[in-house]
Design a binder for this molecule. Structure first.
Ligand SMILES: [Zn+2]
Length: 265
């Protein structure tokens, strides 16, 4: 009994530390992917004074606290977003372990959630969703379903990716025809395909519904309360990402409320 408890504790520590390191890597992606820079080289340096960041100044969360949020060399403020991403990433690691147990399934769902987190930040900042995140996402989701690591059939996953991407393409096309403006980008369509590959077609349609609802609520809030123009551009990616995460954790419970419809075996 003692041994089992210790093993569980070790798994939680592993999930937290792995999440922290992935959060640190996520910060590199957030900074470099939109600028089309390599995520492998060169080593991290201060964006202000260009000084290389030593390993002991690059420890997730702890270095930020020890350095009091400033560069060791030029004392420039380090954005609070970096430790926040590391913390959120570690939380997703623990959540994945709690929800899916110890194994490859939890690891794949963790990578899915990690990607959604990184995409939210990049899309809000730059209004783009990098292919370097969506293309591997689609492939990992399809492989996870094909090998039965994920609890969705390959057809759920494959049709999910097609239907998710396709439906969003249709929505974007209609929006363009009606308003004359591009409301959805190719990145949104590919992100919806990632959701489809990981979640299957049933939860993908739910994801589309949840993200549209979230987008509508925030859109109305911005126009009515914040007095923004209806032409005020907001990226749709974060809503898809939030919808996907909600569907992953609560999707089947939400579908059961509506009688548990399934489109595919
Ligand atoms: Zn500096």
């Amino acid at each position: 009994m003692q041994f089992i408890m210790d093993l569980n504790a070790l798994r939680f520590v592993f999930a937290s530390v792995f999440g922290l390191l992935m959060g640190s890597f996520g910060n590199v992606c957030i900074h470099r992917l939109p600028r089309k820079e390599s995520i492998v080289r060169p080593r991290s340096h201060c964006p202000k004074c260009n000084a290389l960041i030593a390993w002991f100044d690059n420890i997730p969360i702890f270095s930020f606290i020890l350095l009091k949020g400033r560069c060791r060399h030029c004392k420039e403020r380090i954005s609070f977003i970096y430790p926040a991403i590391e913390f959120l990433s570690a939380s997703l690691g623990v959540l994945s372990l709690v929800k899916f147990g110890w194994g490859i399934e939890a690891l794949l769902y963790y990578l899915f959630l990690w990607g959604l987190l990184i995409i939210i930040i990049i899309d809000v900042r730059h209004m783009i969703i990098p292919n370097a995140l969506t293309f591997p996402g689609i492939i990992i989701g399809l492989l996870g379903a094909a090998t039965q690591v994920l609890p969705v059939s390959f057809w759920q996953s494959f049709i999910g990716a097609l239907v998710g991407g396709g439906l969003l393409w249709v929505v974007g096309y209609l929006y363009y025809k009606v308003t004359g403006r591009m409301g959805l980008g190719g990145g949104d369509i590919k992100l919806m395909a990632v959701n489809g590959a990981f979640l299957g077609v049933d939860l993908t349609i739910l994801t589309l519904f949840i993200s549209s609802l979230l987008g509508a609520i925030v859109g109305v809030y911005l126009i009515l309360i914040r007095k923004k123009s209806s032409k005020y551009a907001i990226p749709f990616g974060p809503y898809i990402a939030a919808g996907g995460a909600i569907s992953l954790f609560f999707g089947y419970e939400l579908l059961k409320i509506y009688g548990g419809v399934s489109l595919l075996p």
